[in-house]
Design a binder for this molecule. Structure first.
Ligand SMILES: Cc1ncc(COP(=O)(O)O)c(C=O)c1O
Length: 389
């Protein structure tokens, strides 16, 4: 009776089952991979948020599939402030970045076709693609001179390949898509007639001392769609607003916009109060983002000090941006076993394999958003788990 799009939902693993047992038993867990900003203390004050959500205009729906003009102008200003011109008529609002992905998969791929995705990358990509009947074709990100870059040899196509996904900067590696990778992806996409989907939700979170190559939304030489949204840019995932910025050559952009208009019109997903609140949220988000960057730096410093002092031969992978840290374990250590022990100590984190990291480079992925005290407590649990492994 049911479609095979949800085949991924039948994949459980020892870790998720152990986590579920702990939850059912009502036992506490320090969640070291929680990326919900409000759980980490980064929420907009209630009074401010409720004022922004109660503006004149919330009584009506304006059924423009693009989204409200005032909202798109504010997003266009956001890009202007980052040195790139994105006209409001090249913007489409969606209910989240994830929904924007699904619209782009509908735009570019027939069921059974495929998209190239970086590996490692965040696991939701598999879910989003499966729900559209699309298959993933991984390409590898490799560490070269302390920097994650595209392994060009791993970029391959079949007759079913339609697009390349890249994440600028990525989760969990935190690597920007820099000039070298943009050139490689542009050349490959043009050669094979592919479009590029560039996810920039973490664009505004460079780590201390790292220079961001900036948004890719100003691209004119290759068919490119940038996705982003309020969940990370304004620390407001509960408001459910994402967007697509259509870039690339004019003929591609015009046709992509004409088709996206039909997709967006089929859903009209974005609620009016959140659209009206967006201009102020974008204008006022920087202090909140700055405190998130500061928290990530603080927890990363704690992690590095712990890694050196604990003596487990762990390494903290280089991070140029983003909210996550990758903690490399010594070769031969089974990450799943370590994390099952950690769960018994009341600590939850993700193994690298959830993100497609090869088991030959075992690692643990941690959220740097976690409150510093909990982060330290979580590391104590990880310490005990590593001693038992
Ligand atoms: C790289 C990346 N893109 C997109 C998303 C989802 O964003 P949204 O909440 O707007 O759907 C996430 C969520 O963690 C993410 O890590």
């Amino acid at each position: 009776m049911f479609s095979s799009r949800l085949a991924f939902a039948d994949n459980t693993n020892a870790l998720s089952r152990a986590r579920e047992r702990r939850r059912t038993a009502g036992l506490p867990v320090i969640d070291l991979i929680d990326t919900n900003p409000a759980n980490a203390g980064f929420a907009w004050p209630l009074v401010q948020l409720s004022t922004l959500l109660r503006q004149d205009g919330i009584q009506r729906q304006d059924p423009d599939p693009h989204g409200l003009a005032v909202t798109r102008q504010a997003i266009s200003d956001y890009y202007n402030a980052r040195g790139v011109r994105v006209p409001p008529d090249r913007l489409y609002l969606s209910a989240s970045t994830s929904e924007a992905y699904s619209w782009i998969f509908k735009l570019l791929c027939n069921p059974g076709e495929e998209v190239l995705v970086p590996e490692p990358a965040y696991p939701l990509l598999e879910v989003l693609a499966s729900l559209e009947g699309v298959t993933l074709r991984p390409y590898q990100m490799i560490l070269m001179n302390g920097e994650w870059v595209v392994d060009e040899k791993s970029l391959t196509v079949s007759r079913a390949t339609r697009a390349i996904v890249c994440i600028n900067p990525s989760n969990p590696t935190g690597a920007f898509v820099g000039v070298r990778d943009r050139t490689a992806l542009r050349t490959f996409a043009r050669k094979h007639g592919l479009a590029i989907l560039c996810d920039e939700v973490f664009l505004d979170y460079p780590a201390e001392g790292f220079v961001s190559p900036g948004t890719w939304a100003g691209e004119s030489g290759v068919a490119l769609l940038v996705v982003s949204g309020l969940s990370k840019v304004a620390l407001a995932p509960q408001l459910k607003v994402g967007w697509i910025a259509v870039a690339g050559p004019n003929d591609f952009a015009q046709e992509a916009c004409r088709r996206l208009e039909h997709i967006a019109d089929g859903f009209l997903s974005v609620n009016t109060p959140a659209q009206l609140a967006l201009p102020d949220l974008l204008r006022r988000a920087e202090p909140l983002r700055a405190s998130v960057r500061q928290r990530c730096a603080q927890n990363e410093a704690t992690l590095k000090a712990w890694s050196t002092a604990a003596g487990h031969r762990t390494t903290v992978y280089p991070r140029s941006a983003g909210w996550t840290a990758m903690l490399g374990l010594p070769a031969g250590v089974a990450e799943e076993k370590v994390l099952l022990h950690a769960l018994e100590e009341g600590v939850w984190a993700h193994p690298g394999y959830f993100y497609g990291v090869s088991p030959s480079s075992p690692c643990v992925v941690l959220s740097l958003l976690t409150s510093p005290d909990l982060f330290k407590q979580g590391l104590e649990g990880l310490d005990k788990a590593l001693k038992r492994a």
